[in-house]
Ligand binder design. Sequence first.
Ligand code: ZN
Length: 381
Amino acid sequence: MEDVVALTQELIRRPSVTPDDQGCQMLVRARLQAGGFAVESLRFGAVDNLWARHGQQGPLVVFLGHTDVVPPGPLTAWTSPPFAPEIRDGLLYGRGAADMKGSVAAFTLALIAFVKRHPDHPGSVGLLLTSDEEGVAVDGTVRVMEILEGRGEHIDYCIVGEPSSNERLGDTIKHGRRGSLTGTLTVHGIQGHIAYPERCDNPIARALPALAELAATEWDRGDADFPATRLQFSNIHAGTGADNVIPSRLEAVFNFRFAASITADALRQGVAAILDRYGLRYDLSWRLSGQPFLTREGPLLETLTESIQAVTGIRPQRSTAGGTSDGRFVAPFGSQVLEFGPLNGSIHKIDEAILVADLSRLQAIYEDVLERLLVRQWPDL
Ligand SMILES: [Zn+2]
């Protein structure tokens, strides 16, 4: 199990700020090939992706992860350099330690150990890595999924190694994620002298009641898995800077984090209906950056829950909180998708770290899932 610490350190040593992989995937590739996996490197633009598989039959169980990291921020703020892994007081420090080079090392070695123990295992096991999860995510997982589905390589079960745990390893599984939809609104008016408002059309005065209604509306009630869907404004701007000019336009940007029970189309239509009701002249553009997904039940959720409990003694809670992940690109193909990984308290921060003891436990959980899912518990699959 020491190996998982060493592999995590080797990965951290490569400063793979999005989307520059810096050889991380070659490290993993060499290990998997030696372990008998068929491995492909798929490069699109500046993004490196890796697809590895062992076995030909279904069901196909896949670990999904990323080798890229967010920038370290000011180097002098770090206690030890971000790309020189260092262990202090039982913690391994370095950029990407928790998000998510520790998970990448843990599931790579779990896969290799599983295949070594069961060279003729039922089903298939696989690994999908990208170097563009933290960035625009255009040439990463989404592209590889198109290729795999085009070939008929269907992923039945997918575990994303994102850091899902809050206080203790194993306390939380992310069993879904909300969707993310951003709207950019321009409300038009007529500019003029503020002393002659009858000759102007003030877009601020016109827009405010509509914006207030947008902000106050509950778009769905929420359910056991998702909180109610609300709209949040992130930017609002109007005005020329002068205090005697009515401006010609107001611009606002807002975002929905939305549940699986409502669609992006319904939200788009609902927003337009409110703006129309207030008689605004406006332009509105949309960016859908992630569809919601949910794995409410099924063999993967049961198995992962049992594996976590077996290794840590903790019964994990289920949560859909937080931002989006690359699971959004896998779930639309009908796969069961869950996220499970280490503590997330330090991710994207100065002095990011992972508990050294959690690395081997993480590997043990990932290995146990394969064991239960493919060999022990679901032999009839
Ligand atoms: Zn991540």
